[in-house]
Design a protein around this ligand. Structure first.
Ligand SMILES: CC(C)(COP(=O)(O)OP(=O)(O)OC[C@H]1O[C@@H](n2cnc3c(N)ncnc32)[C@H](O)[C@@H]1OP(=O)(O)O)[C@@H](O)C(=O)NCCC(=O)NCCS
Length: 330
């Protein structure tokens, strides 16, 4: 990164998952599946599901309040709010604007960012650039999603995979040598047909037919997404390490997108990473889309796994298709 830019890193963290837990045995009562299949194919044991009166901004709010508290800042200190989500409260206003109002972050610019499960890392990169150049001082970046709202609970191919949650970080100036060292963001739009939600946009507005045709739910070609994920988890990591001028041996804590334990294990093998350096919580939360990487990061912070000076690599991949990776000196 350009050395004339000021160093920017994470100065506060918070997370929130809804109280309600949906276990694999609960799902056995809804679709033809079983705990053994789900655990052996995905590593998932349970997931958290938003209550009827909770929307994405409510999850984001809980995580944001904790992140601000841990940063020792108040909402009025924020210059920028980015919410990475594919399940906004509504098409517009953005979830970030809804949150800005609820937090009372009156001077903050606010917008949503749509890069599916890579959204949080895309958001980190975006906010870091605003802060490094000195345009802004403090930014709140949140990954939040309620995938349960766009999941078809009659489709066993997808309904076992997803959960709801939010992870938030506050970005600000950090001492020289700390903070974000490099980012690698990318997209393969040609693969968009492997993971999408078809209706409700300008191409196919919501209608009685789209509801009847179940076109407001996630469609996924699991095998193609799996192949893409395995490939980019290692290629994006190698790219972001090379940009930071370090090697995989330098990674202290690896925070991968939590979609499937087999995808994480394959990245560990390709990158030669021992299990103790890899954060895994897919068993508890399943795939929470944009919330997945920050939920894993914040959990590692809360567990005391992250120590000052550690080199942290975060990697997300998802719909778009997209990927995003970062190297951060904690
Ligand atoms: C979805 C995924 C877990 C499926 O695992 P898989 O090993 O590829 O399984 P397959 O697709 O080969 O399916 C095997 C069989 O299990 C069945 N099956 C699918 N879901 C099932 C479930 N929940 N319970 C029981 N059986 C199930 C399939 O119908 C299929 O049966 P068939 O062979 O009779 O047709 C895996 O492809 C995956 O994780 N893909 C990536 C998903 C992802 O990361 N998405 C989000 C990206 S951000």
């Amino acid at each position: 990164m350009n050395n004339n830019l000021r160093p920017v890193g994470i100065i506060g963290t918070g997370k929130y998952v809804p109280e309600k837990i949906l276990t694999n045995s609960d799902l056995e009562k809804i679709v033809e599946t079983n705990d053994e299949w789900i655990v052996s194919r995905t590593g998932i044991k349970e997931r958290h599901i938003a209550s009827d009166n909770q929307a994405t901004s409510d999850l984001a709010y809980e995580a944001a309040v904790k992140a601000l508290d841990s940063a020792g800042l108040s909402a009025s200190d924020l210059d920028l709010i980015i919410v990475a989500t594919i399940t906004p409260d509504m098409s517009f206003p953005s979830t970030a604007c809804i949150l800005q109002d609820r937090l009372g972050a009156k001077k903050a610019a606010a917008f949503d960012l749509s890069a599916a499960c890579s959204g949080f890392v895309y958001g980190l990169a975006t906010a870091t650039n605003f802060l490094q150049t000195g345009m802004y001082n403090n930014a709140l970046v949140i990954g939040a999603d309620c995938l349960s709202r766009i999941t078809d609970y009659t489709d066993r191919n997808t309904c076992v995979l997803f959960g709801d949650g939010a992870g938030a970080v506050v970005l600000g100036e950090v001492p020289e040598g700390r903070g974000f060292q490099s980012f690698d963001l990318g997209a393969e739009g040609a693969g968009g047909a492997h993971l999408y939600l078809e209706a409700g946009g300008s191409r196919m507005p919501a209608s009685a037919e789209t509801v009847e045709g179940k076109k407001h739910y996630i469609y996924m070609n699991g095998r193609e997404v799996f192949k893409f994920a395995v490939r980019v988890m290692s290629s994006a990591t190698e790219a972001v390490l090379s940009k930071a001028g370090i090697t995989k041996e330098d990674i202290d804590v690896f925070v991968p997108h939590q979609a499937n334990i087999r995808i994480i294990q394959s990245a560990m093998e390709r990158l030669n990473l021992p299990a103790e350096r890899v954060v895994v919580n897919v068993d508890k939360y399943a795939n929470t889309s944009a919330a997945s990487v920050p939920l894993a990061l914040v959990e590692a912070v809360e567990d005391g796994r992250l120590k000052e000076g550690d080199t942290v690599v975060m990697v997300g991949f998802g719909g778009g298709l997209t990927w995003g990776a970062s190297v951060l000196k904690w």
